[in-house]
Design a binder for this molecule. Structure first.
Ligand SMILES: Nc1ncnc2c1ncn2[C@@H]1O[C@H](COP(=O)(O)OP(=O)(O)OP(=O)(O)O)[C@@H](O)[C@H]1O
Length: 255
């Protein structure tokens, strides 16, 4: 595995997230196979890899939405445990399933989560995050009537509600038009001092956004690369994953 830019973390200064020897098995199938890495506070880390590599499974475990079969995940030095709401409160997550209630309006969806997380000034906070994702005028509409992109925006608003220290995003750019993608970039720009982990097949956007790229394949960590130059990352990705076009990411800037 290639390792670049690792920083030693101490017990008094734990990484934002530490994944240690994490495995997830479904019956005899191993989706994530003994992964270990640490995510520095304030950094943005991209999980790259072909379909079925284990990225979503890993992200879901980091969010506490699935439990590792083996290994540990700590957030700010605290091991994730099923009923540790204080730790979950520091994490915001946007997954493929937008986790929205179709029978509630957009505003009611947010209010429900605000109350669940004990958010201060919930009405103001809901209005503020609706504004952040450009949905101020859609607060009274139900997400059932929203397009995929609008549902994703609302899901992002829900993830931001409790002002988390860590944001976990599964394929954040998929299904967003250019305007929505630009809005997402602005939200992430505003999140600069906090920690973001995202999965993406959009190599160009991912490389531009992330400080570091982890390449996952068949559940294993194959490369850990500092990012900067999209073309050299694309080349390193291709060296790691191979040149089979069906396993190539979209938005490859080197093509
Ligand atoms: N609940 C489950 N039961 C059985 N197998 C599963 C389950 N969830 C995921 N898998 C399998 O684990 C593997 C990794 O899936 P995962 O969704 O994590 O990959 P991914 O890298 O996110 O892929 P993609 O880029 O296509 O979203 C796949 O082979 C998938 O079929």
């Amino acid at each position: 595995m290639t390792a670049v830019g690792e920083r030693a973390e101490t017990a008094s200064n734990p990484p934002a997230i530490a994944v240690e020897d994490v495995t997830k098995s479904y019956g005899h199938f191993t989706a994530v196979d003994g992964l270990s890495f640490a995510v520095e506070r304030g950094s943005t880390v991209g999980l790259f890899g072909p379909n079925g590599a284990g990225k979503t499974t890993l992200l879901r475990m980091m969010a506490g939405l699935a439990r590792p079969t083996r290994g540990t995940i700590t957030v700010d030095g605290v091991e994730l445990a099923p009923d540790d709401y204080a730790t979950y409160r520091t994490i915001g997550v946007v997954t493929h399933e937008t986790m929205l209630y179709d029978d509630l309006t957009a505003r009611e969806n947010l209010r429900f989560h605000a109350d669940l997380h004990g958010v201060d000034d919930p009405a103001d906070r809901c209005a503020s995050v609706l504004d952040t994702v450009g949905l101020s005028r859609r607060g009274s509409d139900r997400p059932a009537a929203f397009s995929h992109g609008l549902r994703k925006r609302l899901s992002l608003a829900r993830a931001l509600l409790h002002d988390p220290e860590v944001l976990l995003l599964d394929e954040p750019y998929t299904g967003l038009d250019q305007h929505s993608a630009a809005d997402l970039e602005a939200v992430l720009d505003g999140f600069d001092d906090r920690t973001v982990v995202l999965t993406t097949h959009d190599l160009e956007r991912g490389v531009a956004r992330c400080d570091r790229g982890l390449v996952v394949d068949r559940g294993r960590l194959e490369a850990d690369l500092a990012l900067g130059d999209a073309a050299s990352f694309a080349e390193a990705y291709r060296r790691t994953i191979g040149v089979d076009s069906e396993r190539e990411p979209r938005g490859d800037p080197a093509r």
